[in-house]
Design a protein around this ligand. Structure first.
Ligand code: SAH
Ligand code: AVI
Length: 305
């Protein structure tokens, strides 16, 4: 983490990896975001899954669901319901960096799904992940548009690592946010209650605790803007005044008023962009679902021939 922070904050354009939002508090704040009226992605993806999950499970007949960035796995229940209907046995391997939150998710699911073998894996999916041996076929899922938080090359590499693990009967299910009126996107990341702002500032709390830094999060303002050119929402923390921050082992940082840190990018796609990203990972799009408003997409992919 210190190395990531050094690389990000000592660069001319300061940035931090968005995975560091997610300590226990950050995971709770993200869950609060998913309930905000402005944050449409979660609701839209749930609608698609409500309609499509049974058919997807019928088509793939997975014995195991491996989910990257599982979080609270709320929407995942629509897949798990279909996989375990009639008290069928199934295996669920949720993978997430947020350890405490992941173990809580696993505990709740074990209670709610008696025939489900839940085998959580705490890991960073931006590198290779060791998965437990599990029954095949496997449905790999990456929901919530977390793919959008990765740079395109990193997203393609992540899909490629998943594809390497897949066998012929397996499938990959990718949830992705779609391009639309920028005003709708910016509203989703600028909620009037300030939950997203608090989520954004949480990365500074994480750095203070984990690295002994002395950021004063209240002196940074949340900013979220959509780049039409880059098809991505960009989230920043802007220094509200001149300040100096010490990060032991990294150095002393000087901020002038308005100096910013890029804390997250959230790419938005269309069908062609998703098909291309999947192809770069060695996967072929075989099914494409969206909600009626065309806000969000769910792509099912198989290994390319
Ligand atoms: N899938 C859920 C949660 C999305 S929030 C949903 O659709 O609502 C993003 C999730 O990915 C969080 O739980 C976060 O802890 C996890 N995450 C983010 N970056 C990660 C990384 N590099 N490795 C593993 N998990 C990551
Ligand atoms: C997890 N990820 C897909 C969210 C997103 O929309 O990019 C994280 C988020 N950031 C601000 N609000 C939600």
């Amino acid at each position: 983490m210190r190395e990531d922070v050094r690389r990000g904050l000592l660069a001319p354009e300061r940035s931090l990896p968005s995975k560091y939002f997610y300590d226990a508090r950050g995971s709770k704040l993200f869950d609060a975001i998913t309930h905000l009226p402005e944050y449409y992605p979660t609701r839209a993806e749930r609608l698609i899954l409500e309609r499509g999950a049974p058919a997807i499970v019928r088509e793939v007949t997975p014995s195991t669901l491996v989910e990257l960035g599982a979080g609270s796995a709320d929407k995942t229940r629509l897949l798990l319901d279909a996989m375990t209907s009639g008290r069928r046995q199934a295996t669920y391997v949720p993978v997430d960096v947020s350890a405490q939150h992941l173990h809580r998710t696993a505990a709740v699911l074990r209670t709610d799904y008696p025939t489900l073998d839940v085998r959580p894996v705490v890991a960073d999916i931006s590198a290779a992940v060791a998965l437990p041996v599990h029954p095949l076929p496997t449905l790999h899922a990456f929901l919530g548009s977390t793919i959008g938080n990765f740079a395109d090359d990193d997203a393609a590499a992540l899909l490629g690592r998943a594809a390497e693990r897949m066998t012929g009967g397996d499938a990959f299910l990718l949830g992705a946010d779609l391009r639309k009126d920028p005003a709708i996107i910016e509203r989703a990341y600028n909620d009037p209650r300030g939950v997203t702002a608090e989520f954004n500032r949480n990365v500074l709390h994480v750095l203070n605790r984990a690295l002994g830094a002395d950021f004063e999060p209240a002196r940074f303002r949340h900013r979220a803007v959509y780049s039409v050119v880059r098809h991505r929402l960009e989230m920043y923390l802007d220094a509200m005044d001149e300040q100096t921050v010490l990060i032991p082992g990294v150095g002393t940082l000087h901020f002038r008023r308005g100096d910013s840190i890029l804390t997250e990018v959230s790419h938005k796609y269309d069908r062609d962009a998703i098909a291309e990203l999947l192809a770069r990972g060695g996967l072929t799009l075989v099914r494409w679902d969206t909600d009626d408003a065309g806000l969000f997409s769910l792509a099912l992919a198989r290994l390319a021939a």
